[in-house]
Design a protein around this ligand. Structure first.
Ligand code: ARG
Length: 257
């Protein structure tokens, strides 16, 4: 019996050690720092900037949200910029507390992270050169399409038949590949597409979205305490109009005159 108890205890300890640490609100407050993971080539959600209001060289709507969340928890904010396709893995591994990266909710991601309530209704659009004959998804056959690696735009074009997919580390890079003539089209999220097209004469945005999506903040699976805080804050920011103001302000500030 004694032996059995010993084995049981050893087993319980082993299971305990193998369990993934979850960065609960308590753990974050103890650390004194909220770590936000993002990929900073996605204006107006996140973009590199030297503005004094930036955090770790990144600014945008998601950073504003991170600052407000950190304030709410009484901690400072740290922003970590990494490849978009590393974000969910890094979050799972506990390298950060939230992913705020204009991230679309989809089943594959929902399997590995928990998503907050939706904070932006998104759509994917096609960017082409002004003189392009491409008018819709159907015209993308046999064309080169630039996307940001690991994004839903990437998933979308991977499913099309007879297209050549060029995947780039950054979203802006993917858009500029069209301008430079290296790609025939790019598929990307609406606000980033609008900013790129506005700032780069020669680019054009096709009228209809190819798909509608929902954008949310991600936390580690099972991190209920943090998810609650995120959702509470999101509804406060929506009700007060602050969230919309951030979208408007960052969007407008990013447009060249
Ligand atoms: N909404 C798209 C997705 O979730 C693109 C997001 C890109 N975000 C970024 N920070 N680069 O796949």
């Amino acid at each position: 019996m004694k032996k059995f108890m010993m084995i049981l205890i050893v087993l319980l300890v082993l299971v305990g050690c193998g369990k993934q640490e979850v960065n609960t609100v308590e753990a974050i407050q103890k650390r004194g720092e909220l770590i936000l993971l993002t990929e900073a080539t996605f204006p107006p959600f996140e973009y590199a900037s030297n503005d004094p209001s930036s955090v770790d060289g990144v600014n945008g709507v998601d950073i504003e949200f991170g600052k407000a969340l950190a304030d709410k928890l009484g901690v400072t904010l740290k922003v970590v910029d990494m490849d978009f396709d590393s974000l969910t893995v890094a979050l799972q591994a506990g390298k950060g507390d939230i992913v705020a990266a204009g991230m679309t909710v989809n089943p594959e991601r929902s399997n590995v992270v928990d998503f907050s309530n939706v904070y932006f209704d998104n759509g994917l659009y096609i960017i082409v050169n002004e003189d392009s004959e491409i008018e819709s998804v159907e015209d993308l056959t046999n064309k080169k399409i630039a996307v940001q690696q690991g994004t839903t735009g990437n998933d979308f074009v991977d499913k099309l038949e007879d297209v050549e997919v060029l995947s780039f580390k950054g979203m802006v890079e993917a858009g500029l590949a069209v301008l430079n003539g290296n790609a025939d089209a790019s598929v990307m999220d609406v606000l980033t597409a609008q900013i790129l097209v506005h700032n780069n004469p020669g680019l054009k945005l096709l009228e209809n979205s190819v798909v509608s999506e929902e954008t949310a903040i991600a936390v580690q699976k099972g991190n209920e305490s943090l998810l609650n805080e995120v959702n509470l804050l999101l509804s406060e920011l929506e009700e007060s109009g602050q969230l919309q103001t951030w979208f408007d302000d960052h969007f407008d500030a990013l447009l060249d005159q």
